[in-house]
Design a protein around this ligand. Structure first.
Ligand code: FDA
Length: 306
């Protein structure tokens, strides 16, 4: 039953009509629990609050799978504007981007040139841009673009690898020459058993394997999870192997386990929260619901309240 609900929500997350309809409205269906606002100033305000609690931010101007050159160019401008506003506000925050928001689906060339401007601007500011990892079809193009941007801009760009994919360990090995800053996650999309572990326990085991490999290589690991078993195992591993805390950080999503975020920051671990904002919240929101069916009842309650 839970798997069916998850698959349905993930299917709906890619529904273009629902996407377009949702975009016309403000934050509905309880989305404001996971999305910091519609404007960049609302998002900056949210990160300022996090910074005050000793937590860093990464802003995500929401959007994905855009279909026109104009929409991709508009999204690129929004990313540049976000970097400018982060710099102006002087907050401790970087940027995360999705390549399908920048036109990857219809023009790899446009996407590359948008990314060169965005990462170039971040490098100017001494900031950092992370390429979020989307579904399997976009995995190799994202890795290739990361490699070319890293050759040009060095450590101003980072990547995400997903523990549910069989290929991620080999990807980590081949990317080791870049000493990359990698965010490691379980993986949020619906993927077939040909490419991804169907069992959660295998995903968790692979997640720990990837994190430990990245740390053993001496490369920066952003461990993005709300799962205490994973967090505890990273803390244990770092202690037992004498890894400095500066070699890794924890990341969680805005609105999820805020108390735990503060606790980890209070214990002296670097903690970063992923703060999405913008009108295009639908796909992101549906993936959050799919991860935790308990969130669906929260949404239903908030619908009946309004
Ligand atoms: P999982 O969902 O397996 O939950 C494990 C345990 O965590 C639960 O049993 C519970 O104890 C606790 N927990 C989880 N959610 C909770 C909640 N709402 N309240 C209380 N406890 C909760 N994916 C991707 O494919 N590409 C990407 O680029 C990214 N980027 C990204 C950035 C950041 C900062 C994060 C945190 C996550 C991503 N993800 C992602 C999403 C990721 O792949 C994954 O889908 C989610 O993080 C959910 O998996 P968890 O590791 O949190 O554990």
């Amino acid at each position: 039953m839970e798997r069916l609900m998850r698959n349905t929500l993930l299917y709906l997350s890619r529904n273009r009509l629902a996407h377009r309809t949702a975009k016309r409205f403000g934050l509905r269906l309880g989305a404001s629990r996971f999305v910091a606002g519609v404007t960049v100033s609302e998002a900056i305000r949210a990160v300022t609050g996090l910074n005050e609690a000793g937590i860093e931010g990464t802003l995500d101007h929401l959007g994905e799978y855009v279909e026109t050159k104009e929409a991709a160019a508009e999204a690129a401008e929004a990313c540049l504007h976000t970097l400018d506003e982060i710099e102006k506000a002087g907050i401790r925050c970087n940027l995360s981007v999705k390549l399908t928001q920048l036109g990857l689906d219809f023009s790899a060339g446009d996407c590359r040139s948008h990314m060169r401007r965005i990462v170039g601007r971040a490098a100017e500011y001494g900031s950092f841009v992370r390429i979020d990892m989307e579904d399997y079809a976009h995995n190799e193009p994202a890795i290739e673009l990361f490699q070319s941007l890293h050759n040009e801009f060095g450590g101003a760009v980072g990547l995400v690898l997903q523990a549910y994919l069989y290929k991620s360990e080999a990807d980590l090995d081949r990317l080791a020459v870049y000493a990359p800053n990698v965010r490691l996650v379980k993986g949020a999309y619906k993927e077939p058993a040909e490419v991804a572990f169907p069992d959660k326990s295998d995903v968790d085991r692979n997640f720990i394997r990837l994190i430990e490999k990245q740390l053993r290589n001496g490369h920066y690991a952003a461990v993005a999870t709300h799962d205490d078993r994973i967090i505890d195992s990273v803390i244990r591993f770092a202690k037992e192997s004498g890894m400095p805390r500066s070699g890794f950080e924890f990341q969680m999503l805005y609105g999820i386990r805020p108390q735990r975020q503060r606790e980890l920051a209070g214990l002296g671990y670097k903690m970063r929260v992923y703060v999405p904002f913008g009108r295009d919240w639908y796909g992101y929101f549906m993936r959050r619901l799919a991860e935790r069916p308990a969130n669906v009842s929260f949404v239903l309650k908030s619908m009946f309240k309004s």
